[in-house]
Ligand binder design. Structure first.
Ligand SMILES: NC(=O)c1ccc[n+]([C@@H]2O[C@H](COP(=O)([O-])OP(=O)(O)OC[C@H]3O[C@@H](n4cnc5c(N)ncnc54)[C@H](O)[C@@H]3O)[C@@H](O)[C@H]2O)c1
Length: 245
């Protein structure tokens, strides 16, 4: 049976670990070719697992020139660009009063500027292709006013807004732009291998009684990358176990 992403070419940022690495694995399993990027060198071992269908690049999403290389690599290596998953992100908690200017700017740079630069770099290749799907990984923190994560929340609300604006702008080119809003997902971002007790405590705050796993997000990202979601653009797709209710 053909995979759900057969023939698609995708860029996935933040693919060294966590959700991005699992998205890359699932995309290849569904028939896609993938350019994986990250600031962490582990991105090369994830791509090596995936064989000829994958290539890894050292890439800081805040660097506009590096974005040019990423898109050129997709075109040179795989011939076109169908999908961009803006997944890279950073998370450092703190209330508004605790947040330093440096902490705020760091979130703005990676989580907001990085998403803008990615969309700007990828759109011309998608316009040339006559179609495309951009999936911006936001957060439940881009839909509600959760306390104690001020800089992160501000940057993720920007992702929600940019997604809607760009969905409007790129719709005439048949490029869809949607945002994905995970709740608490067990990745290195919120818990290391020794943080099982902390994860259990977090799980108790979730209406469905558990923290999420990467597969909870990956399934929705595959749907948005595929043609099965062809009537969705500018929309928010949430998987948070009911936390935002
Ligand atoms: N884990 C959660 O609970 C959760 C909840 C909501 C949203 N998210 C979002 O999901 C996305 C993936 O996060 P994750 O949970 O897999 O966390 P993670 O920390 O495991 O993965 C994030 C990846 O982004 C990379 N990255 C950071 N700064 C970068 C930069 N400047 N350039 C390129 N890559 C960079 C990191 O190296 C890392 O590999 C993020 O956008 C995050 O904000 C996560």
């Amino acid at each position: 049976m053909a995979g759900r992403l057969e023939g698609k070419v995708a860029i996935i940022t933040g693919a060294a670990r966590g959700q991005g690495a699992d998205e890359a694995r699932a995309f290849v399993a569904e028939g896609a070719k993938v350019v994986l990027t990250d600031v962490l060198p582990e991105v090369h071992s994830v791509a090596a697992e995936l064989g000829d269908a994958a290539v890894a690049l050292d890439h800081d999403v805040t660097d506009e020139a590096q974005w040019g290389v990423v898109v050129k690599t997709a075109l040179d290596r795989f011939g076109k660009l169908d999908v961009l998953v803006n997944n890279a992100g950073i998370f450092r908690p703190g209330t508004m009063l605790e947040t330093t200017k440096e902490q705020f700017v760091a979130h703005t740079n990676v989580n907001q500027l990085g998403v803008f630069l990615g969309m700007k770099a990828a759109a011309p290749a998608m316009i040339a292709n006559g179609s495309g799907s951009i999936v911006n990984i936001g957060s439940g923190a881009g839909q509600r006013g959760y306390p104690g994560i001020f800089a992160y929340l501000a940057s993720k609300w920007a992702v929600t807004g940019m997604t809607k604006a760009v969905a409007r702008e790129l719709a005439p080119h048949k490029i869809r732009v949607n945002s994905v809003h995970p709740g608490l997902i067990a990745t290195p971002m919120i818990a290391g291998p020794n943080d099982q007790a902390a994860l259990a405590e977090l799980a108790a705050t979730v209406p469905l009684g558990r923290t999420g796993i990467t597969a909870d997000v990956v399934e929705v990202v595959i749907h948005l990358a595929s043609d099965k979601s062809s009537y969705s653009t500018g929309s928010e797709f949430t998987m948070d176990g009911g936390t935002g209710l």
